[in-house]
Design a protein around this ligand. Sequence first.
Ligand SMILES: Cc1ncc(COP(=O)(O)O)c(C=O)c1O
Length: 400
Amino acid sequence: MNDKGNKENKEDIKYKFATRCIHGPKKYAPDVYGPTNPVTSPIYMTSAFNVKQALDGVLPNYIYTRGSNPTINELQSKLADLENGESCLAFASGMAAISNTLLSLGKKGTIITDPEVYGGTHDLLKKQIVNFGMKIKFIDFNDIEKVQNSITDDTKVLYLESPCNPTMKFIDIEEIVRIGKENDILTVFDNTLNSPYNLNPLDYGIDVVVHSCTKFISGHGDTVAGAVITKKRTILKIMKVLHEFGGIISPFNAWLLLRGLRSLHVRMERHNTNAIKLATFLESRDDKIEKVLYPGLENSPYHNIAKKYLKKGFGGVLSFYLKKGLYIPKFLSTLKIPAYTVSLGDTDTLIEDPYNLSHFGMPRKTKKTIGINFYMIRVSVGIEDIEDLIDDFEQALDSI
Ligand SMILES: Cc1ncc(COP(=O)(O)O)c(C=O)c1O
């Protein structure tokens, strides 16, 4: 039995996932928040800390929020713990986390990635990262021989996401890890779509995990944020870039994420079950739907690979193609429950057509190559009652 009042015992115990979502590793709370002992941590909305003790030669823990802040530190400690990682840095957005990580780890080298990575990352690599003297190669990460052959002496990073947003391609993570380890190249994994509930990529040998915390980690669609989780020595490298570029998360947003994390396990459980039920229903509507993309479906080409890694569920995001000739705007506007918008991972169901919305800026040729066409719809399945969602999709499909 564990003694709830005994700090030493508490630090010895590795609680199960749900307990850690709520309580975190409890490393900061007793030291930082002091004798008031709040159950819910306060928000340290301060840009600077009075460091008079430094005048007496005592090194302060906190000086300036761009460098360090108790609320942000608590979030970082919780996220590192949930990803089974050593250390974490939180950022103002997912893109800030990805860009700062790549600027730091890809320095003077080549980054190799799959063409189906999230459109924002695709743009970042092609339009911004190249301006910092790095080279980018897009290779199909399920063609292991091609990945192997594309490695050169200056390859610094293998960057992947799985499933890819919005094509739902699933990559065999351990194969990429093997190539990374054999060639002494870092692997960076965007775990946004899985959240730490469905997958801990570091357990499979991935070196660095990045997140858009805007999505499932927040869960409530009320903040934009990002995070990187990896070994302490790698975090120290990325931290320099963060401090100098300045893309720090606000303590208020860090607090919102701490609140969101308290229910991550419950929300993800429901996202997983709702998504497979909706995917199965959509697959049954082959009168209007050409194809459903969801690795949880047995006839998905990625089902067997995904099953190897996703033990709790296949996540809350799915895509599908409506049959050619159907009027997409009518379908989207007839739906009553989902919001027509970008983003994903909220309690609310969100729907969009990536060709026109989230991937609007991606060159048409790239969209065509990776299968983002006019008829593709992406759904972030929320945690509403699934019967209501299915009824709603049914009436919208019947309307076209
Ligand atoms: C997989 C993935 N990674 C990264 C991002 C970027 O995150 P943010 O919008 O928080 O900057 C997104 C945003 O949609 C995403 O879907």
